[in-house]
Design a protein around this ligand. Structure first.
Ligand code: BGC
Length: 738
């Protein structure tokens, strides 16, 4: 049966569809056969509230599996894993009657202080975009839509509903929009959520350049643009800019404002119609929700399997890990018995069950003495510490579980230190234990300084979801060989991070002064030492990398082939990281940038040759003058790294690049005129008209003179005494270039 066109409805009915029906649903409209769709957080689980609703995680939600949050998935560097999280969340969403999951969050970790970094994948846009696209594909294959968020430049929580992220276009395109671009163009999400903040002064929700020119015209987005909850200021301006759906709803006043604006001729009804069709289209997913099914119990085991592959082994001196069978253990730290496995705010999942590391370690057959060592509630630390030190003395290995509580949406962190009493405990235990292993449960990076060298092994467990206990036990005991890699740099000092001086801004503005030099791009370019670089992560086996071959395959594309071998004694997974380093082009390039990666599983002694295609974008920068991506002619070094710092193989290739000459104008600099294949010779000839042979020879020999005048705009050059060229001459040459 033909669906009635919702755009044929009376204007009032149409406007009512453009704000929600309630806190979590779109409006239904019987006369047009439009049914309500439930949109709900995630993204690492389903936060379906049936009774009291809120967007900050205060009220309860239906039980659902809490899968590893994005901070963990980012560290997996595993595309298939990200897709499996999406699929599993999609299955539960359908069971809970949810049509759209509000995620993934793909904002860039600009500063380690951002309070929501646990909800984001990485400081790198390629890693964020590829993992985000995989999540969206997995989710949408279940017939549940994704709302990719927060579009765009929502990189802090401080003043998040007003602050203007002041970002130049090149970092916007190369760093902050790139993950969204990949997801929109490759995975076709059902929705994009506009961020709360402003971008260069204009609210994201009213930003026509962002929501229409870039998102729809350049990237061909056909889905719904939904507001963040409560993120609409001027409803009519937002609609005109491209924001279809205001959430939550209903909002009779704003619906009426839309009607008035159309009647007053201030808003084209066609804009309303287009948005209405898109919002009504949300209710037509490939597969309808199947409410009242149950959340699959086997998802807990899945959550454990996925979580273990997100763990990053940072340090492992003298093979402290994995723990030998039967070794006497002191398990220390409140986080062992009461794990921190997710952050707070809108992504808070009501987990179906929770594993503790302590029970999981015991269940794997280890003999354990437990001591809390500290409490995050602040009870007498000295007595607890003394008990922990005693336990450590009597054990062969002390495993200390430390971390952060209270990381949440809405608040940024003020520093990157662990709580002081935890650091005192770490040092006291390390001083007496024969071996000390530290397990970190944090949503963001913490400093390892002051105790790093005192301990034998460090495991970054991030926030791993409800099965974190089992997953950590699997890694510690070697049931799973760790294969995570850092998706963000661990600096030596907060002061070393590129946004240190500008985060979180002042007087309503945050200036992204570091430009494209975000995360490792900064550290590698300025040669700043860090504690552990982006991409770092150890394994219980060893890998070698060889036989790198880079073949240029066509117009500024290449294919990388490299062989990796498991040279150790255990099966393991290795992440092949391909970076591109260049100084080509007229802009400052980062020392290297991640351009492709893949994760391979290898048995002991096994080799695999992986192929990584590098598309044009892998070599390009965003040329703000031309308003497009540009590949500069020149040399490019493809580097295979075990991290952004440790390069193990490299090969340089030459690319033709974009040879089309840039368009000239009277305001172009003389250097550009001289470099132009048509205008250059003509201008030289015009300048030399009437010169003697000797003067010509001198002119050609004197390159310093050329360098000195290169920056003078042609129009202004004409006014210097003795310049034998007029505006008419230049206009004539310009004609010749067209
Ligand atoms: C958050 C979004 C979330 C929404 C609904 C907002 O506070 O920024 O990420 O999806 O609430 O809970």
């Amino acid at each position: 049966m033909q669906q009635p066109d919702p755009a044929a409805l009376p204007l009032e009915s149409k406007a009512s569809l453009l704000s929600g029906g309630d806190f979590w649903s779109t409006q239904s409209l019987g006369e047009a056969d439009v049914r309500a769709v439930v949109l709900t957080d995630g993204p690492h689980g389903v936060r379906r509230q049936k009774a009291d609703a809120d967007h900050l995680g205060f009220h309860a939600s239906e039980p659902a599996t809490c899968f590893p949050p994005a901070v963990a998935v980012g560290s997996s560097w595993d595309v298939e894993l990200a897709a499996r999280v999406g699929e599993a969340v999609g299955r539960e969403a359908r069971a809970l009657g949810v049509g759209v999951i509000l995620g993934p969050g793909v904002n860039i970790k600009r500063s380690p202080l951002c309070g929501r970094n646990f909800e984001y994948y990485s400081e790198d846009p390629l890693l964020s975009g590829i993992l985000g696209a995989a999540f969206v594909r997995g989710l949408q294959a279940q017939g549940v839509g994704a709302a990719v968020k927060h579009f765009a430049a929502n990189n802090q929580e401080t003043d998040r509903m007003r602050v203007s992220a002041d970002v130049d276009e090149r970092p916007l395109r190369e760093i902050y929009l790139a993950a969204f671009e990949r997801i929109v163009t490759e995975a076709r999400p059902a929705a994009v959520m506009a961020a709360y903040n402003r971008i260069n002064g204009v609210p994201a929700s009213e930003n026509r350049w962002l929501l229409t020119d870039v998102l729809r015209a350049e990237w061909d987005f056909e889905g719904v643009v939904v507001s963040d909850w409560g993120g609409v200021g001027d409803r009519v301006a937002a609609l005109a800019a491209g924001l279809d759906l205001q959430m939550p709803g209903p909002d009779a006043a704003n619906d009426a404002a839309i009607v008035r604006a159309v009647r007053a001729g201030l808003l084209d009804e066609a804009v309303v119609d287009a948005s209405v069709r898109r919002v009504a289209g949300l209710a037509e997913p490939a597969v309808a929700p199947e409410p009242d099914e149950t959340v699959p119990a086997e998802h807990h085991a899945l959550a454990r399997e996925l979580a273990a592959d997100c763990v990053v082994l940072l340090k492992n001196d003298e093979h402290t890990l994995p723990l030998a069978a039967g070794v006497r253990l002191a398990v220390i730290g409140e986080f062992a018995a009461d794990p921190q496995f997710q952050g707070g705010g809108s992504s808070l999942i009501n987990a179906t069950r929770v594993d503790t590391p302590l029970e999981a370690i015991q269940a794997l057959g280890h003999t354990v003495t437990y001591a809390a060592g500290f409490t995050t509630g602040g009870e007498d630390p000295e007595a607890l510490r003394a008990e922990a030190v005693r336990a450590a003395r009597g054990a062969e290995v002390a495993v200390i579980f430390v971390g952060l509580r209270g990381e949440t949406e809405g608040v940024d962190r003020e520093h990157i230190d662990l709580p002081a009493d935890q650091v005192v405990l770490l040092r006291a235990v390390a001083a007496v234990a024969s071996r000390t292993v530290v397990v970190l449960s944090t949503g963001g990076v913490v400093s390892l300084e002051g105790w790093h060298d005192d301990v034998d092994a460090i495991v970054a467990g991030w926030l791993l979801g409800q099965a974190s206990g089992g997953a950590l036990a699997d890694v510690l005991s070697g049931v799973v060989n760790p294969s995570g890699r850092l998706a963000e740099t661990i600096p030596l000092r907060l002061e070393d991070t590129p946004s240190y001086l500008t985060f979180p801004g002042e007087a309503g503005h945050v200036r992204y002064g570091e430009g494209v030099m975000v995360g490792y791009r900064h550290h590698e370019t300025v040669g700043r030492a860090v504690r552990y670089p982006f991409g770092h992560g150890l394994s219980y086996t060893t890998f070698s990398t060889g036989d790198l071959a880079v073949d240029v395959t066509g117009d500024d594309t290449a294919i990388v082939r490299v062989t990796v071998t498991n040279t150790g004694e255990r099966p393991g997974k290795h992440v092949v990281q391909a970076y591109v380093a260049t100084t080509a082009g007229r802009v400052r390039r980062p020392a290297r940038e991640l351009r492709a990666f893949t994760k391979v599983a290898l048995r002991p002694g096994e080799s695999s040759t992986v192929q990584l295609p590098l598309d044009r974008r892998a070599f390009a920068y965003y040329d703000i003058e031309a308003g497009q991506w540009a590949v500069a002619p020149g040399t490019y070094t493809v580097q295979i790294g075990e991290s952004a710092t440790r390069i193990v193989a490299e090969q340089t290739v030459t690319l033709p690049g974009d040879t089309a000459a840039t368009a000239l104008s009277l305001d172009s600099a003389l250097g550009d005129w001289f470099a132009h294949p048509v205008a250059g010779p003509l201008l030289r000839e015009a300048l030399m008209a009437g010169a003697t042979e000797e003067q010509r020879r001198q002119g050609e020999a004197n390159s310093d003179l050329m360098d000195m005048v290169a920056s003078i705009p042609a129009r202004q050059f004409l006014h210097f005494p003795g310049v034998p060229v007029s505006t008419d001459d230049l206009t004539e040459i310009l004609e010749a270039t067209r």
